[in-house]
Write a protein that binds this ligand. Structure first.
Ligand code: AR6
Ligand code: MG
Length: 311
């Protein structure tokens, strides 16, 4: 395998989000999916249409690129504007309520606090976080601060913020690894366990250590989860990647085959795998069919230049 360049990893993480999302979307809410059905859909569809996961990931990237880093007000406006232009992308119930409050002049770091009493712990801030994981892949401290604040816009519950931060850090670690050889999965999990603070995430990540040597789909579903909550899907995406580190297609197919929140677990797995393996690892037939692929790739290139400090 040719070693992917850093630019290829940036493009892989953003396009990987889109592919996992678009391939998983037709199966959302199903209980388990046959891998051949996923390939069947990919072959049959003329275009792979993405949902809110990728739509919001685009908003994150647009805002980072426009302001040269994190600006909460700008990102909240980017989400709101994109939602108003394309409200049909399958958004969860919470974010559209936030966008209305933002449009009415609410403060970006306050409006999400009251949702579901203590803020949302849905996976909506983790599914969109790839651009943050990439831009700050060499700076865990800044990555943590920015991932938290980006979550605060819509997902203010601590478990929502931690889910987004964990997903961003998994993407960052995958970016820093060279594919082709073997890497120590246990070492990566130890880093992730040391990184998170909440017990729920520590326990689920520890459970991944136990599940990896004995692959068992049912146990992944019951013990890690396939639901819409960040703690029932971010660890599952990390598992899906770690169980298939050398193949983007296998990792994403496995993630979707678990059923449940297929588009989002697919998107998060695609982001980590794309960050590790680079854009060339994504099957050409999938990549060429992704809706707005060129725009997403251009955003990834701009983000890469922002990282280099040349833009
Ligand atoms: N208490 C109880 N239930 C909660 C809480 C809480 N604190 N927080 C979230 N939920 P939401 P998202 C439940 O609305 O995260 C799309 O299909 C509650 O049932 O913030 O953006 C995407 O593609 C709530 O409706 O939306 C993803 O698959 C749900 O979690 C997903 O939806 C989702 O939280 C992302 O949704
Ligand atoms: Mg979705």
């Amino acid at each position: 395998m040719d070693e992917p360049s850093l630019k290829s990893k940036f493009i892989g993480a953003l396009v990987g989000t889109g592919i996992g999302d678009a391939l998983g979307a037709p199966f959302e809410g199903r209980s388990k999916v046959k891998p051949e059905d996923i390939d069947g859909i990919a072959d049959r569809l003329a275009s792979l249409t993405y949902t809110d996961d990728t739509h919001m990931m685009i908003g994150v990237a647009e805002s980072l690129v426009r302001t040269g880093g994190f600006d909460g007000e700008d990102m909240a406006q980017a989400f709101t504007k994109n939602y108003e232009l394309e409200p049909f992308r399958g958004y969860g119930p919470g974010p559209p309520r936030i966008f209305r409050l933002i449009r009415a002049g609410g403060a970006w770091d306050e409006v999400a606090q009251g949702l579901y009493h203590s803020g949302s712990y849905g996976n909506g801030s983790a599914m969109r976080v790839a651009p943050i994981g990439m831009l700050y892949h060499n700076n865990p401290l800044v990555l943590t601060g920015v991932a938290h604040k980006s979550s605060q816009i819509t997902h203010a519950h601590n478990l929502g913020k931690e889910g987004a931060t964990l997903q961003a850090y998994a993407i960052a670690l995958a970016t820093n690894l060279k594919p082709g050889g073997t890497f120590d999965r246990s070492d990566l999990l130890t880093k992730l366990i040391g990184f998170v603070s909440d017990r729920v995430y520590k326990e689920k990540l520890t459970q991944i250590q136990a599940l990896l040597p004995h692959p068992d789909k049912d146990r992944v579903i019951t013990e890690l989860g396939n639901g819409i909550e960040a703690f029932n899907s971010v660890p599952t995406a990390i598992y899906s990647f770690l169980a298939h580190p050398d193949s983007f297609a296998q990792a994403v197919r496995f993630a979707i085959s678990l059923g449940g929140d297929t588009d989002t677990i697919g998107a998060m797995t695609g982001a980590i795998s794309g960050a590790y393996l680079g854009i060339k690892s994504i099957p050409g037939g999938w990549r060429s069919k992704l809706e707005n692929r060129q725009y997403i790739e251009e955003l990834a290139e701009k983000l890469y230049h922002l990282f280099l400090g040349t833009d």
